[in-house]
Design a protein around this ligand. Structure first.
Ligand code: KG4
Ligand code: ZN
Length: 345
């Protein structure tokens, strides 16, 4: 059997990315190139991602980035087995740019097009990096998503938990904004928290102890707003204490919420000897979040799998890899050429 090579394109948010991933005849995957252009500088002045600016920046950057990804991998369009692109969910302008570009490339080179769900990309990354076997649990904590997903197989996903309001990364970003820290908030909150007192503010742990497995973060954000208003103007120490208390509330909440799904996995899959929890999304970069999840997994007998950060956050290697997985699973047909991008999928 020949090696499989797939070009992946990702444009669902504020990263313009392209990558070539190969599956060797020995069954080993290899990332031949992975280029990610972050638009963060273009959005920073607005305190968040502006969809119209993102779409225009994707148009400008994508051609060059695809060319660079092919060049670095040393392959031409004719060497590819397929072109894969994120078709949703995400910002519609960016999705249109990425999917239409992929359709044009696929049509020109007469290769199959694979429309990938962005979340499927995150869900399958641990098989690219760690060769993880199905089934396993995925905790996705990014700026747009907070979910626990049961990954049963390629194309077989079950959402076990989701946020009923803000995404976790969004909670970090909004909290940062409230207390005057720059966008993106997550890394800045983490930095400020290092010198803060995590016990100064008793912020709420939303849904903690409840049987439903979901997440909620908007109440926490409101509590931060009220605490900040009560002591304004904030000193540097106040900011640090708020960040440390906020982050500890998050870690504590995650610990409780995620443990529900780990327990459920044990009950539903008693035959799985070495269960695993995979994390993905930008918030997985947070040290305290990571340590909390690591400890939780150790206590429950789960392996804690955290792909390298550049593959945890938005990238195109995960989209190319999802394409490889779909080819291998026989899930590629001609239908994708007619598919329209879906901002909610
Ligand atoms: O997965 P990601 O790079 O992109 C999308 O959501 O599309 O996640 C970005 C999110 C942002 O909300 C950012 O503030 C958060 O991840 N983030 C962090 C950290 N680094 C990034 N949150 C907490 N601590 C961090 N160190
Ligand atoms: Zn993502």
């Amino acid at each position: 059997q020949d090696a499989v090579k797939v070009l992946g394109i990702e444009t669902s948010c504020d990263e313009t990315a392209a990558s070539v991933v190969a599956l060797g005849v020995d069954g080993r995957p290899e990332i031949l190139s992975s280029i990610v252009f972050s638009q963060i500088d273009e959005h920073a002045a607005f305190g968040g991602v502006v969809p119209e600016i993102a779409a225009r920046a994707h148009v400008e950057a994508l051609d060059g980035i695809v060319e660079a990804a092919l060049g670095e991998a040393g392959v031409g369009l004719t060497d590819l087995d397929a072109v894969a692109a994120t078709a949703g969910p995400g910002l519609i302008g960016g999705l249109i740019v990425g999917l239409m570009t992929a359709k044009a490339l696929a049509a020109a080179a007469d290769k199959p097009l694979i429309a990938v769900n962005h979340l499927e990309g995150h869900a399958l990354t641990a098989r690219l990096t760690d060769g993880l076997a199905f089934p396993y649990l995925l905790l996705l904590v990014s700026g747009g998503h907070t979910q626990i997903v049961l990954v049963r197989g390629v194309g077989h996903y079950e959402r076990w938990a989701t946020t009923i309001d803000d995404a976790l990364g969004e909670a970090f970003d909004k909290t940062a904004k409230l207390i005057g820290l720059p966008f993106p908030g997550g890394p800045n909150v983490e930095k400020a928290a290092r010198s803060g007192n995590p016990r100064r503010f008793a912020f709420p742990r939303p849904l903690k102890g409840e049987a439903r497995p979901d997440f909620s973060f908007s109440g926490l954000k409101t509590a931060v707003r009220q605490a900040a208003a009560a002591i304004a103007p904030l000193s540097e120490t106040d900011v640090a204490d708020i960040c440390a208390s906020f982050q500890t509330a998050i870690a504590d909440t995650l610990n409780d919420r995620v443990s529900r799904s780990l327990d459920r996995f044990r009950i539903e899959f008693p035959e799985v000897r070495d269960p695993a929890l995979v994390v993905a999304g930008g918030v997985a970069a947070n040290k305290q979040v990571r340590t909390t999840l690591e400890d939780l997994c150790r206590n429950r007998g789960f392996a804690f799998v955290a792909p390298p950060l550049e593959l945890c956050t938005d990238n195109a290697a995960m989209i190319a890899w999802a394409g490889v997985e779909r080819i291998r699973a026989g899930l590629v047909d001609g239908g994708a050429m007619e598919l329209a991008p879906r901002s909610r999928w």
